[in-house]
Ligand binder design. Structure first.
Ligand code: SAH
Ligand code: SF4
Length: 352
C-alpha cells in the first residue's frame, strides 16, 4: 500500500535539496521547485516553468507532486465549504479526510485534519466513531491548504488556520510540526504563526513538545468538563486528569506568552448544568484564558444510538453568563454550515 511518502510535498527543504542534487540539479533549483509546490500550488511538473525540462522529467519519474486529490465539495448556504480529500490507500477503499473553508467577513479560516479517523473516541464526535485508520503524512496535512486555497474566489485568501478537523493533532506531531512549518514558511504559503491554532483533547507530554516548536502557534484545549469523572464519560480514553491538562496548558502560556483557549462542547443535561459552570470557574479562574462554548452539532449516527442532545440557545446563554459572572472570558461559537453536516467527520460518514 502506498503511504504517500514519495510525494514531493512530504520533503522538507533539506530533503528536497538532496533529491534535486542527486538528480543532477542545483540547490537553488530545489528552492525553485519548493516555490512552485507551495507558493504557486502547481499540480503538474510542467508548470514549473523555470525548472529545466530534464530535471522536471527526472523528478516526475521518481516522485509524485502531491499525495491527495479533491473527491467532493459541499457548499452550505452560509458559504462554508466542506472538502472531502482522498488520500493514497487501497484502491477499493481509499482513505479520506475532510477540511472546511469558513468565510466570515474579511476572515477566511481553514480547518484541517491530521489523522484518518481518531483514536480518542469522544462520545459526541463523528471522527472518533470508528477509531483511527492511520496518521496523515506531513505532506498530506499541508496539502489541504493547497487544495482549499485553489478553491477560493479571486480576492479571497486564507487568513487563519485551525487544526480542528479529524484526528488528535498531538498524536501525530512528527508530521504536524513540519507541515505547520511549511504552512508558515514566508517563501511558501506564508501564514503567520499567530493565525494558526492547534486544538487538542489534552496530552500533557505532547503539549510540552509542541511548546518547544518554533514559531509559536496558538493552543486550544478541548476540556468539556472540569470534573474528572464527567470528563472521562465524554472523553473515555482520557488518561490524564483535568489538573494535569490545565497545568500543561498553563506551562504553554508561560513559555509562549500565548493565552490558551479552552473549548467546551455543550451537551444538554450532561455538562451544561449550573454545577458544571461552577466547576469550570473554580478550575480556570486563576489562569489567563478564554473559554469557547460550542453547542453540540448533532451527528445523526450518534443521536440514534446515544442519549445526547444540543442545548437550546437560552441554556447556552445562561451557561455563558455563569462563566462570565465567575470572571472568565467567554465566546460562543456561532453555528456555521449547519445545513450540511458541519461537525467534523460528518461528510466522511455520508460519503463512506
Ligand atoms: N482532536 C482535537 C481536534 C479536533 S476536534 C480536539 O478534540 O480538540 C475539534 C473540536 O471540535 C473539539 O473541540 C471537539 O470537541 C469539537 N467537536 C467534535 N465533534 C463535535 C460536534 N459534533 N459538535 C461540536 N463540536 C464538536
Ligand atoms: Fe478525536 Fe477531537 Fe473527535 Fe475527540 S473531538 S474524537 S479528540 S477528533
Amino acid at each position: 500500500m502506498s503511504t504517500g511518502a514519495d510525494a514531493l510535498t512530504d520533503l522538507d527543504d533539506e530533503q528536497l535539496a538532496a533529491v534535486v542534487v542527486a538528480l543532477g540539479g542545483k540547490r537553488f533549483q530545489a528552492r525553485q521547485v519548493a516555490h512552485w509546490l507551495w507558493k504557486h500550488g502547481v499540480e503538474d511538473f510542467d508548470d514549473m516553468r523555470n525548472v529545466p525540462q530534464r530535471l522536471r522529467d527526472a523528478l516526475r519519474q521518481r516522485h509524485r507532486l502531491r499525495n491527495s486529490r479533491l473527491r467532493a465539495a459541499d457548499l452550505a448556504a452560509d458559504g462554508t465549504e466542506k472538502l472531502l480529500i482522498e488520500l493514497p490507500g487501497e484502491t477499493d477503499a481509499p482513505d479520506t479526510v475532510e477540511c472546511v473553508i469558513i468565510p466570515d467577513g474579511e476572515r477566511t479560516t481553514l480547518c484541517i485534519s491530521t489523522q484518518v479517523g481518531c483514536p480518542v473516541g469522544c462520545v459526541f464526535c463523528a471522527s472518533g466513531m470508528f477509531g483511527v485508520r492511520r496518521n496523515l503524512t506531513s505532506g498530506e496535512i499541508a496539502e489541504q491548504v493547497l487544495v482549499a486555497r485553489a478553491r477560493l474566489p479571486a480576492g479571497r485568501r486564507l487568513t487563519n488556520l485551525v487544526v480542528m478537523g479529524m484526528g488528535e493533532p498531538m498524536l501525530n506531531l512528527d508530521a504536524l510540526l513540519p507541515a505547520l512549518r511549511r504552512i508558515h514558511d514566508p517563501d511558501g504559503i506564508n501564514l503567520g504563526a499567530r493565525r494558526i491554532t492547534v486544538s487538542t483533547s489534552g496530552y500533557p507530554r505532547q503539549m510540552e513538545r509542541f511548546s518547544e516548536a518554533d514559531p509559536s502557534y496558538n493552543l486550544a484545549v478541548s476540556l468539556h468538563a472540569a470534573d474528572d469523572e464527567l470528563r472521562r464519560e465524554l472523553v473515555p480514553t482520557a488518561s490524564h486528569s483535568v489538573a494535569e491538562i490545565v497545568d500543561a496548558a498553563s506551562r504553554y502560556f508561560g513559555r509562549k506568552g500565548r493565552e490558551v483557549t479552552y473549548e467546551v462542547v455543550l451537551l444538554r443535561g450532561r455538562n451544561d448544568r449550573r454545577i458544571d459552570a461552577q466547576a469550570l470557574v473554580d478550575r480556570l479562574r486563576q489562569t489567563p484564558c478564554t473559554v469557547n462554548l460550542i453547542p453540540w452539532n448533532p451527528v445523526e449516527e450518534i443521536v440514534a444510538t446515544r442519549d445526547l442532545a444540543r442545548p437550546d440557545d437560552h441554556r447556552v446563554d445562561a451557561f455563558a453568563a455563569l462563566l462570565r459572572q465567575g470572571g472568565l472570558n467567554v465566546t460562543v461559537r456561532r453555528q456555521r454550515g449547519a445545513d450540511r453536516s458541519a461537525a467534523c467527520g460528518q461528510l466522511r460518514l455520508r460519503e463512506a
